[in-house]
Design a protein around this ligand. Structure first.
Ligand SMILES: *[C@@H]1O[C@H](CO)[C@@H](O)[C@H](O)[C@H]1NC(C)=O
Ligand SMILES: *[C@@H]1O[C@H](CO)[C@@H](O)[C@H](O)[C@H]1NC(C)=O
Ligand SMILES: *[C@@H]1O[C@H](CO)[C@@H](O)[C@H](O)[C@H]1NC(C)=O
Ligand SMILES: *[C@@H]1O[C@H](CO)[C@@H](O)[C@H](O)[C@H]1NC(C)=O
Ligand SMILES: *[C@@H]1O[C@H](CO)[C@@H](O)[C@H](O)[C@H]1NC(C)=O
Ligand SMILES: *[C@@H]1O[C@H](CO)[C@@H](O)[C@H](O)[C@H]1NC(C)=O
Ligand SMILES: *[C@@H]1O[C@H](CO)[C@@H](O)[C@H](O)[C@H]1NC(C)=O
Ligand SMILES: *[C@@H]1O[C@H](CO)[C@@H](O)[C@H](O)[C@H]1NC(C)=O
Ligand SMILES: *[C@@H]1O[C@H](CO)[C@@H](O)[C@H](O)[C@H]1NC(C)=O
Ligand SMILES: *[C@@H]1O[C@H](CO)[C@@H](O)[C@H](O)[C@H]1NC(C)=O
Ligand SMILES: *[C@@H]1O[C@H](CO)[C@@H](O)[C@H](O)[C@H]1NC(C)=O
Length: 832
């Protein structure tokens, strides 16, 4: 076989200024045996032959695979339907052609370039570290990219989308078989008809469906087996809607893939085993299969349901064929127990559902109008409503769905991100006609901590599977072992905390370890009490002795501590135990050698330890920790005192948020509340909180914005000293930004290491976080997403929140701290 005859040539694509082997160059064609490797060595572009291909001569394909993984795993194939055997090339483009001149594959992009004496202006092709092959014009515009022409693999950063105007959609299409990359029968993508749901198809027949989009933007889930977070985002712009995802830093290689056997899988590379671990498979069970439970049946996929997941009839329905149903044949579905008369029905709200398929999307309706839309039409059997305004800012933000025929492919997922409330028309209740106000019977489904729900690409399922496993292996966990109650409301009255195997440590042990709280062991003092370093059980720990102004009773305190101990996240300081004796309230945390961020960042001799990549990682880590507190822990914890002193750094400078949950311990556990006691640190406090005592997750977002600015500028936010003539750091940054001098904000000690794009992204984000109106500040979920992706378009920040300086403001704050000055940490009182 004449391998040398097979080449891929990029004609007229010029070498970039610094030519490297991640690019296609003029006169340096790619032939079998040679590859182009991305800058970080992660991906390779070249020719490959599928593992067990039996054809002779071997079929050759141009593809991209992981260069850092020993198992050949193609993630993209150019000529999937047109294998090459004996090929040569020549064309005016990035193209693959054979000896006869037949073009096997081409990007169809017309590029122009001009060569003037060795200097070339024009386009070039480069394989990026993400695995994306991009043809760029001289001005950097991407003319073509392999990410927009996916094959069977969904890589982090890729988009699966639908363009509204053209209905053009990207779909993953399986290989025919493991040795044949030609397009198979299975595909995965957004349904172009509604643009609201994702399907896995067998040809044109649905195999599996994810429920209609409910308007969330980012859902994050932890994958224990990969020790990684997966951030799944749905982004809706004026032009398009797309699904994308990213992984947290340090995550192993991972990908979604549609297999030739009709499964959608999530795989992660396990370097120890040197193989792909399958962390999720969909459909996960028969119950997940499209329409498996028949008309008006639903699959119960909640954790509370018996395993394996099984079919049920919707409220007010019974099996159409009881015998078959009892023998596990569900295709006949369910029928109404009682016919509905149009005039005297009511809508039963079914919460935590994946809404059925075959809906009609009625545009531009409020929730009430949506109900009326359904109520006034006798053929309407159900409706569901969502307000997409949190993620879609322009156009129609309403999502009113109505159903006229059978309800197909419904699922009970539990109260999790992506679930809908389905309003089902039922007969009866003369006193509750459909047209009436919604005094409908409330059918509350149990709220569960974790469910096996199938959601947009089903990450949640995998998550639960492993969560379940983890729970089973609880016996091995010596640190804490906690049952799955999600809020304090779930704790039965008087529930003894001893039920939870959480370590309660004897006060005298702590006294001994700290030599009776001797100053020699003290390492800090914060708003909530003093902190000591000691050795307990052979381990270095930080011991926080709470000041006495916590007004909680002992039992309450124990319960709160148990709840907080359940918050486990790599960006939160781990709570290891506590002690509650003789009126003492003591918390024991892991000890972190690098102590707090402020001690390094604002120390001229040590700040060089934090180069820009380290700072950017701190920003991203704190964002993830906050997202977990706000959204994913199910407790909705507002930190209320986020600041550099409360961000601790481990040996590798990874950030961990300290003092979270203190607001709960100090007995202010409403989500958005007026509080008598303003806890926080001047300069980080959102204006509405400092001035009016109103706090919410958005006040944490404000503090986070200030923290970003400190990391970018290396300047301590200051309430008393002017910063370069401006009253405080946010106003200084805002003015620089406004004048287009964003890059001048950068701390001189990191100028050499910083990526301007990242710095500008972070400054922009910080100013959005620090806006005056809490509603304008972004949610942590979109912040995390933008930081991870670096690319989503962001609104222009408005005026930063600002409260005046001077003693009168301070007096006002003092007046509110009617319990104790201890709970207000002022800049000049900070101990650390
Ligand atoms: C190739 O064939 C071997 C032996 O039949 C088998 O073990 C292996 O799984 C096959 N690989 C692929 C990718 O099909
Ligand atoms: C392959 O191409 C070469 C010329 O490039 C030709 O001589 C040879 O016959 C071809 N082989 C086959 C099997 O087509
Ligand atoms: C290029 O255009 C041809 C014909 O229009 C089409 O079949 C082919 O799929 C296109 N190639 C790519 C990579 O889009
Ligand atoms: C190539 O470009 C550089 C800078 O743009 C210029 O100095 C040099 O003279 C050019 N070389 C030729 C051969 O045109
Ligand atoms: C960049 O170049 C492409 C074609 O080469 C052109 O269509 C586009 O308008 C240019 N964009 C800018 C910002 O100059
Ligand atoms: C996940 O990890 C656990 C324990 O480390 C192991 O038993 C299990 O097989 C793993 N699952 C997968 C899919 O690799
Ligand atoms: C690899 O697999 C082994 C065995 O299942 C497991 O113990 C280990 O945690 C896995 N490693 C990673 C990085 O997932
Ligand atoms: C896909 O459809 C074909 C033909 O309808 C059928 O034979 C096959 O079993 C289906 N495969 C799956 C995985 O559903
Ligand atoms: C939505 O409905 C309101 C009145 O119900 C109307 O004023 C508005 O123009 C409609 N918007 C669109 C985009 O149709
Ligand atoms: C959607 O929610 C936003 C914010 O909660 C609200 O301002 C808006 O009126 C709602 N729109 C509809 C149509 O319900
Ligand atoms: C009632 O709903 C059906 C199905 O959506 C629709 O075809 C019909 O036009 C509606 N009737 C009225 C009066 O709106």
């Amino acid at each position: 076989m004449e391998w040398s005859a097979l080449v891929l040539l990029l004609v007229l694509l010029p070498p970039p200024p610094c030519a490297s082997d991640d690019r296609l160059l003029v006169g340096k064609p790619l032939s079998p045996g040679t590859t182009i490797v991305s800058d970080d060595g992660g991906f390779a572009l070249g020719f490959f032959s599928p593992a067990n291909s039996s054809s002779t001569p071997a079929n050759l394909y141009l593809g991209i695979w992981y260069a850092d993984i020993p198992t050949l795993t193609p993630v993209w194939v150019a000529n999937r339907g047109a294998p090459a055997t004996n090929t040569t090339s020549s064309t005016s483009n990035l193209a693959l052609s054979d000896a006869t001149g037949r073009i096997l594959w081409s990007t169809n992009v017309t590029v122009s370039g001009e060569v003037t004496g060795g200097n070339v202006s024009g386009s070039y092709a480069v394989l990026l570290n993400t695995g994306n092959l991009v043809i760029r014009s001289a001005n950097g515009t991407a003319l073509w990219q392999s990410f927009e022409h996916p094959t069977d693999t969904f890589l982090p950063g890729m988009k699966i989308r639908v363009v509204y105007s053209t209905r053009a959609a990207e779909r993953l299409v399986s290989w025919t078989s493991p040795d044949d990359p030609s397009p198979g029968r299975f595909s995965y993508g957004v349904d172009t008809f509604t643009s609201l749901q994702l399907f896995l198809w067998n040809g044109t027949v649905p195999i599996m469906r994810d429920g209609p989009w409910t308007g969330y933007s980012v859902a994050s889930r932890y994958q224990p087996n990969a020790s990684a977070f997966v951030y799944q985002a749905i982004v809706s712009t004026d032009e398009e809607i797309y699904l994308t995802y990213t992984l947290s830093d340090g995550a192993p290689r991972a990908r979604y893939v549609v297999t030739g056997s009709g499964e959608y899988r999530f795989q992660s590379w396990n370097a120890t085993l040197s193989s792909w671990a399958v962390l999720g498979v969909w459909p996960a069970s028969d119950c997940n299969r499209y329409g498996h439970c028949g008309a008006f049946g639903y699959c119960d996929n909640t954790a509370a349901a018996p395993s394996p997941a099984t079919c049920r009839c919707l409220e007010g329905f019974e099996p159409a064929d009881g015998d078959e149903w009892n023998h596990g044949v569900f295709s006949a579905g369910c029928r109404r127990k009682e016919a509905v008369r149009c005039t005297d029905g009511y809508f039963a709200p079914l919460t935590g559902m994946k809404s059925p398929d075959k809906f009609v999307h009625v545009a531009n309706r409020t929730q009430d109008e949506c109900r009326v839309e359904c109520a006034n039409n006798c053929s309407c059997v159900a409706y569901a409503y969502a307000n997409l305004s949190t993620t879609r800012t322009t156009g129609d933000v309403t999502r009113c769905l109505v159903w006229a025929g059978d309800l197909i492919d419904t699922e009970k997922m539990g109260d999790i991100v992506g679930s809908d409330t389905l309003y089902l028309r039922l007969a009866g209740l003369n006193n509750a006609p459909v047209q009436g106000k919604s005094n409908a019977l409330r059918i509350a489904l149990p709220t569960v901590l974790a469910t096996t729900a199938l959601i947009i690409t089903g990450i949640f399922l995998a998550w639960f599977k492993f969560k379940g496993k983890r729970r089973n292996s609880k016996g091995h966990n010596t640190k804490s072992s906690l049952v799955a109650t999600s809020t304090s409301d779930d704790l039965p009255e008087g529930s003894p905390a001893q039920d939870f195997e959480f370590p309660f440590i004897k006060f005298e042990e702590i006294e001994t370890a700290t030599a009776n709280f001797s100053e020699a062991y003290k390492i800090g003092q914060g708003g909530f009490g003093k902190v000591y370093k000691a050795i307990l059980g052979g381990r270095e720990v930080a011991i926080k002795r709470l000041s006495k102004d916590s007004d909680q009773g002992t039992e309450e305190f124990r319960n709160e501590v148990i709840l907080i101990a359940k918050l486990q996240h790599r960006n939160l300081v781990q709570l290891l135990g506590c002690s509650v004796e003789g009126g003492e309230k003591i918390l024991i945390y892991e000890y972190l050698p690098n102590r707090s961020l402020d001690a390094i960042l604002f120390d001229n001799s040590r700040k060089v330890l934090l180069d820009w990549p380290a700072r950017f990682n701190i920003i991203k880590g704190v964002a993830r920790g906050l997202l977990y507190l706000h959204q994913d822990s199910r407790l909705t914890i507002v930190h209320r005192d986020l600041k550099a002193a409360n961000v601790l750094l481990d040996a590798e400078m990874r950030p961990k948020i300290a003092d979270f949950g203190m607001a709960r311990i100090f007995n202010d556990n409403q989500i958005n509340a007026n509080t008598r006691r303003v806890v926080g640190t001047y300069g980080y406090m959102a204006p509405e909180y400092a001035m009016e005592g109103v706090f919410s997750i958005k006040s944490d977002v404000y503090s986070f914005g200030v923290l970003i600015l400190e990391l970018v500028t290396g300047i301590r936010r200051s309430s008393f000293n002017k910063i370069k003539g401006f009253p405080n750091l946010t106003i200084y940054a805002w003015n620089m930004w406004k004048e287009g001098k964003g890059k001048d904000l950068v701390d001189p000690s990191i100028v050499d290491t910083c990526s301007l794009d990242e710095v500008l992204l972070c400054s922009h984000m910080a100013l959005l976080c620090a806006q005056e109106n809490p509603d304008d500040r972004p949610l942590m979920s979109s912040i995390v997403f933008s930081l991870e992706n670096g690319s989503t378009t962001m609104p222009t920040p408005s005026n930063p929140g600002h409260y005046g300086q001077g003693s009168s403001d301070m007096e006002q704050i003092r007046d509110r701290t009617d319990t104790s000055m201890n709970s207000l940490t002022l800049t000049n009182l900070e101990g650390r």
